[in-house]
Write a protein of this length. Structure first.
Length: 411
């Protein structure tokens, strides 16, 4: 142990004469600990919400989508799918149709978003089958309550609630595809409700409906074409890399969109909010850093004679500076360690026992989500230690500038 660190540790040790100064030091350590714990808990909760939102959105959509420019339909989608399957990390591909239509049930009608899917491959790219609220995910031909066979349709929970629909009820879908004048009849097709899904995202559950891809092709007069392809990867964080490969292989007029591109505003806002909270809560540590400044200034005033003796014994100004910088660093490290213990304990307890609950009828989950990340701990610890060291600079430089003869004489 070098002498600078040894002396710094002695200055922080409690003594009868400097007990008040040591109390302020402990308050500084406690302030750093509270700031670190608050940052860990807040960022872990935000990570939890981000993870929940991302998993629900991606579970409903997919990792990648391939389409044509200018919203053109894809006729050669099978050939494109064969080329994409040769790319590493691709584990599932399914064609889809996405368009708008009007739904009518008895006296109620509304505009909705229709998603045509291939029942044989849709579960390879989407987790919609795990989100069924009532009934089953069946878009094949089924019998209604009157024994008439019609294609099935799966509705969002809140959409069905708004239209007063239940399993087995008949609905009519009307599309404006191919209607260029008032004298041409729009495509109309009847369906029977086979199931209700609940993804946890209100914008989906209140507006989306699933039908088979064959029914969607007839409803939107697309012949054998589709809107695009949905692709699932074994690692969603490789989406950008695989997207570039798909664009290179397929070329124009095809282009791909990642899960981040499909919801760029939402995910960008969540990242920005996380950084904003990091900066705001760092002010708690900054307040503790001001306590460090006042503490070390009082230590310099209290230890003026000792500092003069050290300098007269040959300790350089850099050595004196290091002593007080080490004091700030020790406060930062101790505060960070205590904050880590507090923050980790509370987050772990929430993960295990879910003490903090949320109203399930307001949020899409009934407990406060938490996800701890090692990088957050590292960044918070570094921020706390750096702030404490910077707070020690002014007192350290003042102590280093003391004249040893004058310091000893006046003391």
């Amino acid at each position: 142990m070098n002498y600078e660190f040894f002396i710094a540790k002695r200055y922080l040790s409690a003594r009868q004469k400097t007990r008040f100064i040591n109390i302020i030091s402990y308050i500084s350590i406690f302030g750093v600990a509270i700031g670190v714990a608050a940052l860990i808990i807040t960022l872990s909760v935000m990570n939890g919400f981000e993870s929940e939102v991302r998993s629900r959105i991606i579970g409903f959509d997919t990792h990648l989508r391939v389409r044509k420019f200018h919203s053109e339909n894809m006729n050669e989608y099978k050939e494109a799918a064969e080329k994409i399957y040769d790319i590493d990390h691709v584990i599932g591909i399914s064609p889809y149709i996405l368009d708008e239509a009007m739904i009518r049930a008895d006296r109620y009608s509304d505009g909705i978003i229709i998603r045509g899917v291939d029942p044989e491959t849709v579960f390879n790219v989407s987790e919609i089958g795990n989100n069924m609220y009532y009934g089953e995910f069946n878009v094949d031909e089924i019998e209604n309550s009157e024994g008439i066979t019609r294609p099935g349709i799966v509705l969002g929970r809140w959409l069905a609630d708004r239209l007063l629909l239940n399993i087995g009820d008949d609905v009519i879908l009307v599309s404006l595809a191919g209607v260029y004048s008032m004298f041409r009849q729009p495509p109309v097709k009847q369906f029977v409700v086979s199931g209700l899904f609940e993804s946890g995202m209100y914008e989906y559950d209140n507006a989306y409906a699933f039908i088979s891809i064959e029914s969607a092709q007839k409803l939107f007069r697309m012949n054998n074409a589709v809107t695009g392809l949905e692709i699932k990867l074994d690692d969603l964080y490789k989406a950008d890399q695989i997207s570039d490969k798909i664009d290179d292989i397929l070329g124009y007029p095809y282009f791909s969109q990642t899960w981040f591109d499909l919801r760029k505003n939402l995910f960008s806002w969540m990242q920005l909010e996380k950084w904003a909270m990091f900066i705001v809560l760092s002010l708690i540590i900054l307040v503790a850093a001001f306590n460090i400044i006042s503490t070390l200034i009082m230590v310099v005033m209290e230890k003026t004679r000792e500092i003069g003796i050290l300098k007269s014994m040959g300790v350089t100004s850099n050595g004196i500076t290091k002593i007080f910088l080490f004091e700030g660093m020790v406060v930062g490290i101790l505060g960070s360690l205590i904050g880590f213990i507090i923050g980790f304990s509370l987050c772990f307890a929430q993960l295990e026992y879910k003490f903090f609950s949320l109203p399930g009828d307001v949020y899409f989950i009934n407990y406060l989500p938490v996800k701890m990340q090692v990088l957050d701990f590292v960044m918070i610890g570094l921020a706390a230690i750096v702030l404490c060291i910077f707070a020690s600079l002014y007192p350290a430089r003042k102590a280093a500038k003391l004249d040893p003869i004058r310091a000893i004489r006046y003391e």
